[in-house]
Design a protein around this ligand. Structure first.
Ligand SMILES: Cc1ncc(COP(=O)(O)O)c(C=O)c1O
Ligand SMILES: N[C@H](C=O)CCC(=O)O
Length: 426
């Protein structure tokens, strides 16, 4: 038995399914999840001392790579000062200022502890601000495990076949309307009937929880128009895309401003952080300024703020995202070339520093329906083959992949050589 197998056996005795978040359990690919003990730069090292090139980056936060010396130094210094006070600190204002400078639509921002808290709070705020109950989301998009949003959801919910989770009262779920991603005509039709009852449209501006699907031209712009016409709050869930698709997130890249934005992952530099922010007029409805209640014992804690702010400062260096996008494009084009060489139909898509690959002969994948028609069995074989070669990809056909600044040209070449070898066996 490998150490991972032994550890997984023990973990299952005390933790449901042996994991603290379902996609980690490898149910989407089979086999035993790898247990890690150490990470440095582009690499993860498992309990059996095997090295892997990491294309997950802790599900997005590790945009600089693992154990970045700047983050380690800043965290050590903060630990010496104290790990939390439950009272205001200067670094919270520094962080808020930085977020307002970087994200085009954010005028006021509130820190929370996860992406789930960020979307949950944004939805509550939108409902409180508009006095309406209904929300619109898109099938295959995942916004964390918020009750109102776990309806036809992506990510682990889709991988495990429970997109509508039990435990959510029907009387709550009935306020969530789920439409088709990238279909603006359907949104317009729906709003003709019920537009004046909809508090918010929430969308992943690049869908990353049903693999990687960029918005088709006009989709995000159309959502903006529909929301303006009907007094509905437009929420971009940039938990994944924020600071990754570009420094200003997907909204910076596509030039469409939402009313509210949910953030997570990169904003915490690997520590548990989320945030939601947006137009001053809306954000002023949050307590203590307004009546919409939202709070958090550990929100804005100095360790999390330190890791996050150090990350945001590092990625603000000129050219950071151009280089990262270039690396991502090399991975994207190299995977496609490897598949072509082996005669395997594959479509690879990317947006900034996120990417996804689909075993399909469709030239592009823009809808949930197309995602569901892809060859998941072939994905599983490819995943397992790559894992054996020391490449750690997301263990589900419905998750995006991420690149990091630590990934070198040699790492990319190593990855593509592995892909050529594995594609030849599929
Ligand atoms: C787009 C999106 N929104 C929200 C979330 C929830 O974030 P968290 O897992 O930090 O609660 C995630 C990831 O899980 C995500 O990818
Ligand atoms: N797809 C999820 C977030 O982006 C994966 C993280 C998780 O749920 O554990």
């Amino acid at each position: 038995m490998t150490h991972s197998e032994t550890l997984f056996e023990q973990a299952q005795k005390y933790i449901p399914g042996g994991v603290n978040s379902p996609v980690r359990a490898f149910r989407g690919v089979g086999g035993t999840p790898v247990f890690f003990k150490h990470a440095e730069g582009a690499y993860l090292y498992d309990e059996d001392d095997r090295r892997y090139i990491d294309f997950i980056g802790s599900w997005g936060p590790m945009i600089l790579g693992h154990s970045d010396p700047r983050i380690k130094a800043a965290l050590h210094a903060q630990v010496d000062l104290g790990v939390g006070y439950g009272a205001p600190t200067a670094i919270e204002t520094e962080m808020a200022k930085k977020v307002c400078e970087l994200v085009p639509s954010i005028e006021l921002v509130r820190m929370v502890n996860s992406g789930t808290e960020a979307t949950m709070s944004a939805i509550r705020l939108a409902r409180g601000y508009t006095g309406r109950d209904k929300i619109v989301k898109f099938e295959g998009c995942y916004h964390g495990h918020v009750d109102s949003l776990l309806v036809k959801a992506g990510s682990g919910a889709l991988t495990l076949g429970v997109p509508n989770s039990p435990g959510i009262p029907a009387s709550l779920a009935e306020h969530t309307i789920t439409l088709d991603y990238n279909d603006i005509d359907q949104v317009r039709e729906t709003f003709k009937d019920i537009g004046n009852q909809v508090a918010a449209i929430i969308v992943e501006p690049v869908a990353g929880n049903m693999n990687c699907i960029p918005p088709v031209p006009g989709f995000l712009e159309g959502l903006r128009e529909v929301c303006d016409e009907h007094g509905t709050v437009l929420i971009f869930d940039e938990v994944m895309t924020g600071f990754r698709v570009s420094l200003g997130g997907a909204q910076g890249f596509y030039g469409v401003k939402p009313d509210l934005t949910a953030l997570g992952k990169v904003i915490g530099g690997g520590l548990p952080v989320g945030a939601f922010g947006g137009k001053r007029e809306i954000m002023e409805h949050i307590s203590p300024l307004g009546p919409v209640y939202q709070a958090g014992t550990l929100s804005g804690n100095p360790l999390a703020m330190t890791a996050g702010l150090t990350t945001l400062n590092a990625i603000s260096e000129p050219g950071f995202h151009d280089k990262l996008t270039e690396k991502t494009n090399k991975v994207r084009d190299g995977l496609k070339a490897a598949a072509d060489e082996a005669g395997i139909p594959l479509t690879v898509q990317s947006a900034g520093a996120m990417f996804g690959f689909f075993f399909t002969s469709e030239p592009s994948v823009t809808t949930f329906e197309q995602v569901m028609a892809c060859d998941v069995e072939r994905f599983k074989k490819f995943f397992q083959g790559m894992l054996k070669e020391g490449i750690y990809l997301a263990p589900s056909a419905f998750e995006a992949g991420f690149t990091t600044a630590a990934l070198s040209d040699d790492d990319i070449e190593f990855t593509l050589a592995a892909a050529r070898k594995v594609m030849a066996t599929l």
